[in-house]
Write a protein that binds this ligand. Structure first.
Ligand SMILES: *Cc1c(COP(=O)(O)O)cnc(C)c1O
Length: 425
């Protein structure tokens, strides 16, 4: 067993395994009775206190939670049976802001508490969205430096601007290779004894507990909003557009803490390894394929190990809780276009995957919540071509594009990356 501080700073356990909470406490009945009168910050603090209360002073925790959630997460009704939980009102317009902002503040806190002048170096590989959320979450956090590795030419201009224009303690490493190459560089860095003896390295990918656990907060908030809307609280189904399976794992843990979700849907694009597991009981990772919902292009989701752990490796228990759907790009585009035309609601490609799974997977009497994980303007060119319109880019997204790009070019071999990091030690 390790402390929260160790789990956050180290990211991975010594045996390269993922950290999990030792004990998952249940929220008291009074919490659920009062939930509809609580603010997002208040209920999130109550949940965070249950999870982390033994490891951090409660006033400090309250401050970190409030500071993380300085934007709303509204639940919007799209049709009679289906709601969209809009997770894109944060600084980089994607749900990853919640976990990244929380982790940054927690790491900053432990750093200050230790009074160490040792710099913590956060390494993060991104295929697009994670880089922006992590970079903005950690911007100007004292004692922390962030290196964002991304594949040159393979992320959108908007995505790239969100982590290459910030400067200060954020460095963008532009790798001449693929996302897999970036991930391999990060992994090699963590394994390299010499590097680790010179500098403290940690991961900000969703393997870090401080990034994936805060994603639990908004499941409770969705529930409170359904309560206010007078919906049947015994029949809630939550559909999560899933890639690395961090977001849905947070929802599953929320249910362990007592949140009355009837069942979950894991909605996938053509990257369907978990879908296949749910059908057959056999988990077979395979290389990812590129889709229009590209933040979910994952062939071997790292948080799947956490789901197996939660249900003690029981396929029966897992498929009783989670059902799977998988969709092609054509189906995703069709759903996005149809919902826009028929309901006037514009989904992004990831949300469209989840929405379609609710259209096909809800039983009569059930009420569906889909997690709308990003603002459609983040995928402007794809969305424009599907609906045949020129959609607006929100001002806070456009603002990123005004500053000049700064990046450090790097080949995909480990040697030069290691030398570069050592020069910063
Ligand atoms: C990261 C991401 C996902 C996938 O979330 P996981 O926690 O990796 O399953 C879905 N949609 C968007 C927009 C994302 O950025």
């Amino acid at each position: 067993m390790v402390t929260l501080a160790e789990a956050v700073v180290k990211g991975l356990a010594a045996d390269r395994g993922l950290f999990m909470p030792e004990h998952i406490g249940k929220m008291p009945k009074a919490f659920f009775n009062n939930i509809s009168s609580m603010s997002l910050q208040e209920m999130s603090f109550a949940v965070a206190y249950m999870l982390f209360g033994d490891d951090i002073d409660s006033d400090d925790l309250k401050h970190i939670v409030s500071d993380t959630l300085n934007f709303d997460i509204p639940l919007v009704k799209v049709d009679d049976q289906r709601y969209s939980l809009e997770l894109f009102h944060g600084p980089t317009l994607a749900f990853k802001d919640v976990g990244a902002r929380f982790m940054a503040r927690l790491l900053g806190h432990f750093n200050r508490q230790n009074g160490e002048d040792r710099m913590v170096n956060v390494l993060v590989a991104t295929s697009g969205d994670t880089g922006g959320a992590v970079a903005n979450g950690f911007l100007n956090v004292p004692g922390v430096r962030v290196f964002v590795l991304y594949p040159s030419g393979k992320v959108s201009r908007i995505q790239e601007a969100q982590f290459t224009t910030l400067g200060n303690n954020i460095t963008a490493i532009e790798v001449n290779g693929t996302f897999d190459d970036c991930q391999a560089l990060v992994k090699s860095a963590f394994m390299d004894k010499e590097l680790n003896s010179h500098m403290m390295l940690t991961s900000a990918n969703s393997i870090n507990v401080a990034r994936f656990l805060p994603q639990m907060f908004y499941y409770f908030y969705a529930y409170a909003q359904l309560m206010k809307a007078g919906e049947d609280l015994n029949n809630i189904v939550v559909a999560v557009p899933s890639g690395n399976f961090g977001n849905i794992t947070a929802g599953l843990i929320a249910k362990f803490m007592g949140l009355p979700v009837k069942r979950f849907i894991a909605a996938n694009n053509r990257n369907d390894v978990v879908y296949n597991y749910l059908q057959t009981g056999v988990y077979t990772p395979k290389p990812s394929v590129a889709t229009i919902a590209n933040a979910m292009d994952v062939g071997d989701p790292s948080n799947f190990a956490r789901i197996l752990d939660l249900y003690h490796n029981s396929w029966e228990a897992i498929k009783a809780e989670i059902s799977g759907f998988t969709y092609t790009d054509e189906q995703i585009a069709q759903t996005l276009a149809d919902v826009y035309r028929q309901r006037g609601y514009l989904l992004d490609p990831h949300g469209a995957v989840a929405y379609r799974s609710l259209q096909e997977g809800l039983q009569p009497g059930e009420v569906g919540v889909m997690l709308e994980t990003a603002h459609p303007a983040k995928f402007k060119s794809v969305v424009d071509s599907i609906i045949g319109e020129d959609i607006d880019i929100p001002q806070r997204l456009a603002a990123f594009m005004e500053n000049p790009k700064q990046s450090v070019r790097m080949p995909s071999a480990f040697g030069p990356f290691k030398q570069y990091l050592l020069s910063k030690a």
